[in-house]
Ligand binder design. Structure first.
Ligand SMILES: C[S@@+](CC[C@H](N)C(=O)[O-])C[C@H]1O[C@@H](n2cnc3c(N)ncnc32)[C@H](O)[C@@H]1O
Length: 211
């Protein structure tokens, strides 16, 4: 009885998600990803342009050769990052969701951009495999509160190690869980808040200082 109910719920969730992705384009694809993996996606709607602008404001684009993004979803930050990036810089976007990675590969046609199916926890290997030693900036839209146990701290460690000295980890989240995790590695963390987002969100910039 219970398994019949679960199957019926899964089917109706899937058909709602399919209809949404056909009808609402980019937003529909995002919503479909949420319906399939709610804990990994963590939000039903992409970030606002206010969050994008505020989050990227401290980036020194002239000195950015490699920009990495975790959890790009349907590429909410993609146009803004590519518009500001140097012509010879690279942008690697890493997401665990194959639906999103396929969408990014189909929709972003820029030689500086690469979408990778994988986990942020493997950022060091991914960066090396793409011919770089370090990242200048790493942006994260990951839902740290709902990631599987141990994954959050692993991502913070790997991110600190992959960044060059002077680089930064840019993080936006509905809660401050990410900042609490960042404190294990980042000694200097700036904070901000963006009310014009669904839901209003907290912003953190963790700077990698010389040891
Ligand atoms: C809240 S969505 C952010 C979407 C988008 N960046 C935005 O601002 O609209 C979180 C994203 O993180 C991805 N994700 C979850 N765990 C991940 C991991 N370990 N590595 C990379 N991406 C992950 C999900 O698939 C989803 O695309």
């Amino acid at each position: 009885m219970e398994s019949h109910l679960n199957t019926t719920l899964t089917r109706s969730r899937r058909s709602l998600a399919d209809r949404a992705s056909r009808t609402f384009g980019k937003f529909g694809v995002f919503f479909r990803g949420f319906m399939e993996e709610p804990g990994m996606v963590g939000s039903i709607i992409p970030s606002s342009r206010f969050t994008i602008n505020r989050m990227l404001a401290p980036v020194d684009w002239d000195n950015c050769r490699l920009f990495v993004e975790y959890g790009p979803g349907v590429g909410t930050f993609g146009d803004a990052v590519l518009a500001k990036m140097r012509p010879d810089a690279h942008y690697i976007a890493i997401d665990t969701n194959g639906l999103y990675v396929d969408y990014l590969k189909d929709s972003i046609d820029d030689p500086r951009f690469t979408a990778v199916l994988g986990s942020a926890a493997d950022v060091e290997r991914i960066v090396r495999e793409h011919g770089h030693e370090h990242a200048d900036y790493v942006l994260s839209g990951l839902p740290f509160s709902t990631l599987p146990d141990g994954v959050g701290p692993q991502i913070i460690r790997a991110t600190h190690d992959v960044l060059r000295v002077g680089g930064a980890f840019l993080v936006y989240q509905f809660t401050a869980v990410s900042r609490d995790l960042m404190r294990a590695r980042f000694t200097r963390i700036d904070s901000g808040f963006e009310p014009l987002n669904i839901l209003p969100c907290k912003l953190f910039w963790g700077w990698k200082d010389a040891e």
